[in-house]
Design a protein around this ligand. Structure first.
Ligand code: HH2
Length: 280
């Protein structure tokens, strides 16, 4: 199972990747305001590299339910200095830009980013598919029902797993016919994006069904509210260990890229599960 990103081809057959989250935002759901100053965000990014992150996902706009949209200039002001500083650090870490805006993605690639992570699955901004076809970056294509403003208002599916799978298959088809090499694409069911607890649990239960055409599957469950609902505690600090458990579960059930806030313990869970699976 390969993922092509620029001139690198990553073989994810044995080992998965840890994507560390760097939210340069005042309002992200779990760490909003902690790293919204670019200086602190860079410090955090370097700490995540030291913990073993393979990818850093830099975001300047929260996608939590009900989040206010951020203007392009402000999003650029937040993310560009962080991307430049990480690139200047000489680390070989891959940089992903978490954005729904083609102009932000373009500037991020120009500043040294390697991957576009677009929670709209490249449906939000008409310029995004064009940009992706022009460049050779990696792509994360996620499923989201609706948009962050409205997605948690009574989400409904007849069969959530079948519908998310069909959506990801369709996006893969559309992007491929736009001239994008499918080897560049990773797919993501989008936990918490227009989904109830039951929907999220069904997607986890049937995760192997979401591995499509050999494309790497990304799972982003870190600290999400589904954990709070299951354990009966809203405290962010109580979501840490269930996240680590979910990392091991997701890897066992087909995920190859784990998007997390806490890199080291999740990386260890990944390696432990890969040892059990005989993948070391
Ligand atoms: N989840 C969040 C943001 N971006 N991208 C992908 N591909 N998959 C995800 O599951 C995903 C994502 C939400 O988490 P976070 O970045 O911590 O929060 P916020 O959007 O509030 O900044």
């Amino acid at each position: 199972m390969n993922w092509r990103i620029g001139n690198r081809t990553l073989d994810l057959t044995q080992r998965g990747l840890v994507m560390g989250i760097v939210n340069v935002t005042p309002d992200s759901f779990s760490d909003g305001g902690r790293f919204d100053d670019p200086g602190r965000a860079v410090e955090h990014a370097l700490a995540l590299i030291a913990e073993g992150a393979d990818i850093l996902d830099i975001g300047g706009e929260s996608t939590r339910p009900g989040a206010e949209p951020v203007a392009e200039a402000e999003e650029l002001r937040r993310v560009l200095p962080v991307i430049r500083a990480i690139r200047a650090s000489q680390s070989s870490v891959l940089i992903s830009i978490d954005t729904m805006k083609a102009a932000v993605a373009r500037a991020a690639l120009d500043a040294g980013a390697d991957i576009i992570n677009d929670v709209t699955g490249l449906r939000g901004d008409a310029g995004m598919i064009r940009l992706a076809a022009e460049r050779d970056c990696g792509l994360v294509v996620m499923h989201m029902a609706g948009d962050p403003q409205t997605m948690q208002t009574a989400p409904h599916y007849d069969d959530v797993v079948a519908e998310v799978r069909a959506y990801l298959e369709e996006r893969l088809r559309i992007l491929t016919s736009a001239g994008i090499d499918p080897a560049r694409i990773a797919l993501d069911p989008g936990f918490g994006f227009g989904k109830t607890l039951e929907h999220n649990l069904a997607l986890l239960r049937e995760l192997p069904r979401l591995v499509i055409d050999g494309r790497p599957l990304l799972a982003g469950v870190s600290r999400k509210s589904m954990i709070a609902k299951v354990i009966g505690s809203a405290a962010m600090s109580d979501r840490h260990w269930p996240t680590v458990a979910l990392t091991a579960f997701a890897r066992e059930h087909g995920a190859r890229i784990i998007r997390v806030h806490d890199v080291r313990p999740n990386r260890e869970a990944l390696r432990m599960m890969e040892a059990i699976l005989g993948r070391v």
